[in-house]
Design a protein around this ligand. Structure first.
Ligand SMILES: [Zn+2]
Length: 263
């Protein structure tokens, strides 16, 4: 994962009193793919029939806009953008969530009236019932559980690659993130853990998660998987771990952290 802060290159702003002669454009299509020209961001959108354009602040000293259109050519998946340019990817993780928010809240979810964009805040409000609609982020936990010099990994039925992965899951309404970790581990693997430690987080726009990464130690119980969501789970020594193809995710960072701290 990228360890630098998005704010090293980005100044958040949503006031439309911008001066946009010098700008970068994050142009997405209907598949959430990003347009790049010569592996860089375009500085014009003249070639596109655009559906909307939103000012979101300054990126590397230029005004930065999110745009949506329906074209397909020269667009790259977010994973491909990560391989092409890490700085653009990091900014795109925010830009794509702003795009999704704007598209998804054109009408009020409570009463169906067409919403209006706020002048100062990144907010769509309903002129009829007053409901406000902000970009939606879904917090999720991921945990590296250690038992001696081994790491717990599980095979999820929904993973396309069928590789072993760390235990992860969404935070449920009403629970703390720590409670979410204990519940997910108990539900998916059937064991108890101790010494839960928060490590770091990552915005994960697939589609809209905030990943909160933890480490923990095995406490008690036998591995027992449900056979439905989790097919198998077992303890891996560092040499047995099958690494991912990409280091894009915080999951890879946690596995690397385990290996580095297991000399
Ligand atoms: Zn409403």
């Amino acid at each position: 994962m990228i360890e630098k802060s998005i704010y090293e290159d980005y100044q958040i702003d949503f006031d439309d009193a911008y001066n946009s002669n010098d700008a970068y454009y994050f142009i997405f299509n209907h598949n959430r793919d990003l347009y790049l020209v010569n592996n860089n961001l375009p500085e014009s959108f003249d070639d596109f029939n655009i559906e909307f354009k939103l000012y979101i602040g300054k990126f590397k000293t230029k005004d930065v806009f999110v745009i949506n259109c329906s074209e397909e050519n020269s667009f790259f998946s977010l994973e491909d953008v990560y391989d092409i340019d890490k700085d653009i990817y990091l900014m795109a993780t925010r830009a794509v969530l702003i795009r999704d928010w704007y598209i998804s809240h054109q009408f009020c979810g409570r009463c169906g009236t067409m919403t209006q964009i706020d002048e100062k805040d990144m907010m769509l409000k309903c002129p009829e019932c007053g409901q406000v609609h902000y970009p939606r982020i879904a917090p999720a936990i991921i945990v590296a559980i250690r038992k001696g010099d081994k790491l717990l990994m599980a095979k999820h039925s929904y993973h396309k690659t069928h590789k072993y992965a760390l235990v992860a899951g969404f935070v449920e309404a009403g629970e703390s993130i720590e409670e979410a970790v204990h519940r997910e581990v108990s539900e998916e693997i059937g064991i108890k853990i101790k010494n839960l430690k928060y490590k770091r987080s990552q915005s994960w726009p697939f589609p809209n998660s905030l990943m909160l990464a933890f480490t923990a130690e095995y406490e008690s119980g036998e591995i027992k998987v449900d056979g439905d969501e989790i097919v198998k789970a077992k303890w891996f020594s560092k040499n047995e771990i099958e690494r991912y193809d990409s280091d894009i995710s915080i999951s890879d960072w946690l596995i690397n952290d385990f290996i580095q701290n297991n000399p």
